[in-house]
Design a protein around this ligand. Structure first.
Ligand code: NDP
Ligand code: GDR
Length: 332
C-alpha cells in the first residue's frame, strides 16, 4: 500500500486529491493545523479514512514529525495562504506560509525521507504581468502580488532542491481551478453563491471588483489528477496545468446569472474595495507538455463547471433556508 502525505488536505485541492488517492488504494496522511474551530466541510465524506497528523507549515519540527510518522512515498505540499487579495494586507504572513514554509517542508523531507517524491503547488500567479501568451513552462515570471512573489520563491526552491540534492521534486504550475468546494471569497464561488442567494430571494446585489480580468478556469477535480501523474513519471519535472481557454470575469457573471434566467447587469455593483493594488490582467495556459508527457486531459468545460457550481450552491442555500425556517418554527 502506497503512502501519501498531504498538507492543505482540508482545502479545495487537498480534499479532491485525498479522495482520488484513497480510491487508488493509498494510505492517506493529512496534516491539519490547530484552529479554534476546526473545519472539515470539504473532507466530511472521507474524514475517517484519513490518518490525521497535527502540524503547521511554519513550524518545521511539526513537519519533520509528520514525515517521520507517515514515512510517505509521496508528499503533496498544497497548504498555503492561497488568497491573492489577502496577500497585500498580510504580506509577511503570506511570505512565511507561502514561501519560507516550502523550504520547511523540503527540509523535513530531505532529513526524514529523502527518497519520497515531492509535489509543490506552484501557481500561474507567478507569470503575473503578461510577458508571453499563452504562458508555458519557459515563460518568464513577473509576479504582481506578495502571493505571486511568495509562489516564485516556492517554485525555485523546489527546483533548487531537485538540482542540489537529487530529490524527486516536481512543481505544478496550475492555473485557476474551481469547484463547489472553492472558498467563498474567490471570484467563481462568490458569484455562484450570490446567484443562488439572489435567485432564492436572500440577497439583492453583488459587489465586485475588476470585471475585465481574464482567467483560464478549470475544474479542481481534473487538476489533482495531474499532480498525481507528475509523481508517477520516471523523472521529476515542472508542468503547466491549464485548460487553454480564457474567459473574463464579466463572462463568468453572464454564464452564472443567465443559467438561472437572471441578467447580471441588474445586480452587480462595482466596489473599489475589491479592486486590487496591482492586477494580473490575463492568464492563459499552454499545457501541451502535460498533455504529451502525462497524458493529462480536462474533462469539464468552463460552462459545465460554472453550471455545476450554481446547481450545488442552489442546493446548499435552499437546504440552509429550509433548516432556518424549521428552526424558527420550533423556537416560536
Ligand atoms: P485552499 O485555500 O482551499 O486550502 C489551503 C489549505 O492550506 C487549507 O487546508 C489550510 O488549512 C491549509 N493551510 C493554510 N495555512 C496553513 C498553515 N500555516 N499550516 C498548515 N496548513 C495550512 O487552497 P486550494 O486548495 O485552492 O489550493 C491548494 C494549493 O494550490 C495552495 O498552495 C494554492 O496557493 C495553490 N494553487 C491553487 C490554485 C487554485 O486555483 N485553486 C492555482 C494554483 C495554485 P485550514 O483549513 O486550516 O485553513
Ligand atoms: P486569483 O483568484 O487571484 O486569480 O487567484 P480570484 O478568484 O480571487 O480572482 C480572479 C480574478 O477575479 C477578479 N475579481 C475578483 N476577485 C475576487 N476574489 N472577488 C471579487 O469581487 C472580484 N472581482 C473581480 C480578481 O481581480 C482577479 O483578477 C487564484 C487563487 O486560487 C490562487 O491561490 C491561485 O494561485 C491562482 O488562482 C492561480
Amino acid at each position: 500500500m502506497k503512502r501519501a502525505l498531504i498538507t492543505g488536505v482540508t482545502g479545495q485541492d487537498g480534499s479532491y486529491l485525498a479522495e482520488f488517492l484513497l480510491e487508488k488504494g493509498y494510505k492517506v496522511y493529512g496534516l491539519r493545523r490547530r484552529t479554534s474551530t476546526p473545519n472539515y466541510e470539504n473532507v466530511q465524506k472521507i474524514k475517517d479514512q484519513i490518518e490525521w497528523l497535527s502540524g503547521d507549515l511554519t513550524d518545521m519540527a511539526s513537519l519533520m514529525e509528520a514525515v517521520r510518522v507517515s514515512q510517505p512515498d509521496e508528499v503533496y505540499n498544497l497548504a498555503a495562504q492561497s488568497y491573492v487579495a489577502a496577500s497585500w494586507p498580510q504580506p509577511l504572513a503570506t511570505g512565511h506560509m507561502t514561501a519560507i514554509s516550502v523550504t520547511n517542508m523540503l527540509e523535513a523531507v530531505r532529513l526524514m525521507k529523502p527518497d519520497a517524491k515531492y509535489y509543490q503547488a506552484s501557481s500561474s500567479e507567478m507569470f503575473g504581468k503578461v510577458q508571453e501568451t499563452p504562458q508555458r513552462e519557459t515563460t518568464p515570471f513577473y509576479p504582481r502580488s506578495p502571493y505571486g512573489v511568495a509562489k516564485v520563491y516556492g517554485h525555485w526552491i523546489t527546483v533548487n532542491y531537485r538540482e542540489s540534492f537529487n530529490m524527486f521534486a516536481c512543481s505544478g504550475i496550475l492555473f485557476n481551478h474551481e469547484s463547489p468546494r472553492r472558498g467563498l471569497e474567490f471570484v467563481t464561488r462568490k458569484v455562484t453563491d450570490a446567484v443562488a442567494r439572489i435567485k432564492l430571494g436572500l440577497q439583492t446585489d453583488l459587489k465586485m471588483g475588476n470585471l475585465d480580468a481574464l482567467r483560464d478556469w478549470g475544474f479542481a477535480g481534473d487538476y489533482v489528477k495531474a499532480m498525481w501523474l507528475m509523481l508517477q513519471q520516471e523523472e521529476p519535472d515542472d508542468y503547466v496545468i491549464a485548460t487553454g481557454e480564457m474567459h473574463s470575469v464579466r463572462e463568468l457573471l453572464e454564464t452564472a446569472f443567465s443559467y438561472v434566467d437572471l441578467n447580471y447587469r441588474d445586480y452587480v455593483i462595482i466596489d473599489s474595495q475589491f479592486v486590487r493594488p496591482a492586477e494580473v490582467d490575463l492568464l492563459l495556459g499552454d499545457c501541451n507538455k502535460a498533455k504529451e508527457r502525462l497524458g493529462w486531459e480536462i474533462e469539464l468545460s468552463f460552462k459545465q463547471l460554472i453550471h455545476m457550481m450554481v446547481d450545488e450552491d442552489l442546493r446548499r442555500v435552499q437546504a440552509e433556508q429550509k433548516y432556518n425556517e424549521e428552526l424558527s418554527r420550533v423556537m416560536v
